[in-house]
Design a binder for this molecule. Sequence first.
Ligand SMILES: Nc1nc2c(c(=O)[nH]1)N(C=O)[C@@H](CNc1ccc(C(=O)N[C@@H](CCC(=O)O)C(=O)O)cc1)CN2
Ligand SMILES: Nc1ncnc2c1ncn2[C@@H]1O[C@H](COP(=O)(O)OP(=O)(O)OP(=O)(O)O)[C@@H](O)[C@H]1O
Length: 212
Amino acid sequence: MPPAVSPKSELRSHIRSARRSSAHPFSDKSLIEAVSAMVRAADARTVAAYAPLPFEAGGPGLLPALFAVAPQVLLPVLLPSRDLDWARYDGTLAGGPLGLSEPTGPRLGVDAVRSVDLMLVPALAVGLDGTRLGQGGGSYDRVLARVTAPTIALLHPGELLPSVPAEPHDQRVSGALVGATARYETAHLHWTKGCAIPHYWHSIGLSANDGG
Ligand SMILES: Nc1nc2c(c(=O)[nH]1)N(C=O)[C@@H](CNc1ccc(C(=O)N[C@@H](CCC(=O)O)C(=O)O)cc1)CN2
Ligand SMILES: Nc1ncnc2c1ncn2[C@@H]1O[C@H](COP(=O)(O)OP(=O)(O)OP(=O)(O)O)[C@@H](O)[C@H]1O
């Protein structure tokens, strides 16, 4: 008998192989433009972000753009427990476990994210209710439970799904920013029902639903 494959791991493989088989230059560019506009409109001082893995939404231009627009950017450092410590991004990264690029500065502790103004969250897929499918370490379930600021997952086109498989421990994101498919499109902001859209995001010309 073949080994049982969970619905989450099946969807992870599907999205990982889809990401590997097509580049998303318009998506990455539109995500970077939208994120920069959101940071400016929110006047966010401290933004928690991530160093995109190859094929992850945002691409190699995400951090340089954020560094230029946000006074302080925090990046995750994977702990042996799979919880996440945080350190300030100073423009340099070093190789970490699992092919990750991590910041090299002083570790600020797992609670440093409690005081961010905005969190950008890596994800493979998000459901319309905000349920997030990640890499499978359970790291962001722990992190999202600590964060009160808006939490926005960055996605490539086709990765915002009607629903994704959920388990009781899954923590939802407040929204998902989905990158564009063509040169002149903008990213689309999907806001999870029940989360109020901060007023400043109405003004930045993103295509968005109206939350709830
Ligand atoms: N850019 C980024 N940084 C991040 C995360 C993330 O999802 N993206 N994390 C989120 O929690 C944490 C790291 N957790 C991770 C857990 C598992 C794998 C993993 O299984 N990687 C696969 C390859 C993935 C692929 O091919 O796309 C592997 O090693 O086989 C990666 C990161 C913290 N930093
Ligand atoms: N709050 C938690 N504390 C400890 N372990 C947890 C917690 N939440 C989830 N986990 C563990 O992490 C495992 C993987 O969770 P899940 O499949 O939801 O990861 P994910 O959200 O896709 O991954 P990631 O956040 O790292 O990208 C779960 O099976 C569970 O054992």
